[in-house]
Design a protein around this ligand. Structure first.
Ligand code: PBG
Length: 333
């Protein structure tokens, strides 16, 4: 008695994988340059751009080299740039953050002058780069982060950034009430056209390590009293709901790759666009493994951003944005 040939039946998913053209036809998500936002660092007092050791390929810019990076980002048709700045002088309340001549506000003005309408110029709205203790807010006399006193600083910071020409302010400090306070301050000053991005679900993550290098952070301790516990998924929905109620125009999940479950949850229910931030540690892991020859660099970059899109992000902040956009442009040509 001969056995019949094993038979998979009528249903053969491999048909749709058989050729590049077929795979392209049935692909569910794409990455487009417009969905990429490039984070950039500007350092006060530099004569020339300075490499960041833990982020090979990323630099601290001068105002001049920032302009060049912004021009490149615009040529690559990115969605935007997100500006971070490192001042020369820091103090307890982060005075430089609200000084119109502070480095971040000057960087915003330079970037908007360079980009025109071609990019959404976004600014990090947080105090950690400006405080000498490195926390995202001001401290009480016994050293705790003072939520409500910090909100007053954030409101002033938003006004300075809007006056410098920011199209969008990115609230990354995780203080309660920050979106509402900043929205009201902007509106009362006539800046109702400036958008607010809320880092709604921002986790207290080890993956920010290289960023601390990039901004020469003086933080001792950690941010666990304000950033979210990595164990919590449901809480992200609460943070998003609060921020949207307070007027957030865009909400963000951060980091990205280790939090794709959170991202998928948020994307499934959000009524506003959802951003995700592929943070410095995600960048550094790819670069380090690629430099060691352990992964294929371009494939790993493409796959990670594609996965963040697949999980539901409308746009992605990534240090690879300009380079990735170049590869994508060839593909779409
Ligand atoms: C706070 C801020 C941080 C990052 C973006 N905004 C650092 C932190 O929360 O400790 C991290 C971004 C990255 O790691 O790429 N201003």
């Amino acid at each position: 008695m001969t056995h019949p040939l094993p038979h998979p039946g009528r249903v053969r998913p491999r048909r749709l994988r058989a050729t590049p053209a077929m795979r392209r036809l049935v692909r569910e998500v794409d990455v487009h340059p417009r969905q990429l936002v490039l984070p950039v660092f500007v350092r006060e007092g530099l004569d020339a751009p300075r490499p960041i050791a833990s982020m090979p390929g990323v630099q601290q810019h001068t105002l001049d080299s920032l302009r060049a990076a912004v021009a490149q980002a615009a040529d690559a048709r990115l969605g935007g740039v997100m500006l971070f700045a490192v001042p020369e002088v820091r103090d307890a309340v982060g005075t430089q953050a609200t000084d119109p001549d502070g480095i971040l506000n000057r960087a915003i003005a330079a970037a908007t002058a360079e980009a025109g309408d071609a990019l959404v110029v976004q600014a990090d709205l947080c105090l950690d780069e400006f405080t000498d203790h490195g926390h995202c807010g001001v401290l009480t006399s016994d050293g705790r982060v003072d939520n409500d006193a910090t909100l007053v600083r954030y409101a002033d910071m938003a006004l300075a950034q809007a006056a410098a020409g920011a199209h969008l302010v990115g609230l990354s400090g995780m203080m309660d009430g920050q979106v509402g306070v900043v929205r009201d301050a902007l509106d009362q000053a006539g800046h109702d056209d400036v958008a607010v991005l809320a880092y709604a679900a921002k986790y207290a993550s080890a993956f920010y390590g290289p960023f601390r290098d990039a901004v020469e952070s003086q933080l001792e301790g950690d941010r666990r009293t304000y950033q979210m516990d990595p164990a919590n998924r449901r809480e992200a929905a609460r943070e998003v709901a609060i921020d949207v109620t307070e007027g957030a125009d865009v909400v963000m999940v951060k980091p990205a790759l280790a939090y794709l479950d959170v991202l998928a949850d948020v994307a499934a229910t959000s009524q506003v666009p959802v951003a995700a931030y592929a943070v410095s540690g995600e960048y550094a892991m790819i670069e380090a493994a690629a430099a060691a020859g352990w992964i294929e660099r371009e494939r790993a970059i493409r796959e990670s951003v594609l996965s963040i899109r697949r999980a539901g992000a409308d746009h992605v902040l990534t240090y690879h944005a300009t380079e990735l956009a170049g590869w994508l442009a060839e593909e779409y040509r």
